[in-house]
Design a protein around this ligand. Sequence first.
Ligand code: SF4
Length: 66
Amino acid sequence: MELRVDRERCISAGMCALTAPEVFDQDTEDGRVVLLNRTPVPDQGSAVGEAAQVCPSGAITLVSGD
Ligand code: SF4
């Protein structure tokens, strides 16, 4: 699994960092998403998937790996 975030779309809602804090953080200045881990381990998959679903701006994309 590989993650992509679009910081231009991010509206600093912070739902991702609340849902999967080990994978997402927020910039201390503008509040936009900061990706801590681009390739989460399988154990983190459900939290990451939930974060992508709850993101109000659709800024998080999950790319399935091999
Ligand atoms: S949930 Fe979406 S809009 Fe909110 S900080 Fe994360 S990426 Fe940005």
